[in-house]
Design a protein around this ligand. Structure first.
Ligand SMILES: [Ca+2]
Ligand SMILES: [Ca+2]
Length: 173
C-alpha cells in the first residue's frame, strides 16, 4: 500500500488529527495516493475525464473497496463545495430509486432532513415531453447558488464524475 506523504503539506499538518494510541508514538491520518484527507476521511474525486452513470460511479468506488460519499456534516459539505469546480457535477451516494421521495444513502440509512443541501430540488423531473418517466432518482453535488444549495436530483443514467469515501488510514510515524 502506498501513502501519499506528499499530501501532508503544511496546510494539512496544521489540521492534522491524531489517531490510535498516542502514548508512545505519533499516529496520523493518511490517505492512499490520489486521495484527499479531510478530517478522519479520505476522498477520491474522479477526474473530469471519467464520466459515468450513478451505478457506474458506485461500481468504480466498490472496485476500490469503498463506496460513494455519504455527506454527514456541514464540514464535509463545505469541503466538497470548496473543492469542486464551477462546471463539474459529481455523484454522491444518495438515491430514491427504491421508493420515490425516500432518499437513502448507499448504506441504507435515511437522509437526515435537517442536514440537506438541495438547490430547489429534488423535483423528480421526468424530462421534456415525459421522455424520462422514471424521474430523477440519483443525487449530485455541484456549485449551486450558495454552499447550502448545491445538491440536485438528476437522471441516474446521466454521466457525471463521482466522489468515493473511506476511513483514513492510521499511520505510525
Ligand atoms: Ca426521484
Ligand atoms: Ca431535479
Amino acid at each position: 500500500m502506498f501513502f501519499a506523504f506528499e499530501t501532508v503539506s503544511n496546510a494539512i499538518l496544521q489540521s492534522l488529527k491524531f489517531c490510535g494510541n498516542i502514548t508512545t508514538k505519533v499516529h496520523t491520518y493518511l490517505c492512499d495516493i490520489n486521495w484527499t484527507l479531510s478530517g478522519t476521511k479520505c476522498y477520491y474525486i474522479s477526474s473530469k475525464a471519467t464520466e459515468v452513470s450513478w451505478a457506474g460511479g458506485r461500481a468504480m468506488c466498490q472496485n476500490m473497496g469503498v463506496d460513494l460519499v455519504k455527506i454527514e456534516s456541514r464540514e464535509e459539505q463545505d469541503f466538497f463545495f470548496n473543492k469542486i469546480s464551477d462546471r463539474d457535477w459529481f455523484w454522491i451516494g444518495l438515491t430514491d430509486s427504491q421508493t420515490e421521495g425516500d432518499w437513502r444513502w448507499t448504506d441504507g440509512s435515511s437522509l437526515n432532513k435537517n442536514l440537506t443541501f438541495w438547490n430547489k430540488e429534488p423535483d423528480d423531473w421526468k424530462g421534456s415531453g415525459n421522455d424520462h418517466p422514471e424521474g430523477e432518482d440519483c443525487a449530485i453535488i455541484l456549485k449551486g447558488s450558495t454552499k447550502d444549495k448545491s445538491w440536485a436530483d438528476i437522471f441516474c443514467s446521466s454521466r457525471n464524475g463521482f466522489i468515493c469515501e473511506t476511513e483514513a488510514n492510521c499511520q505510525h510515524q
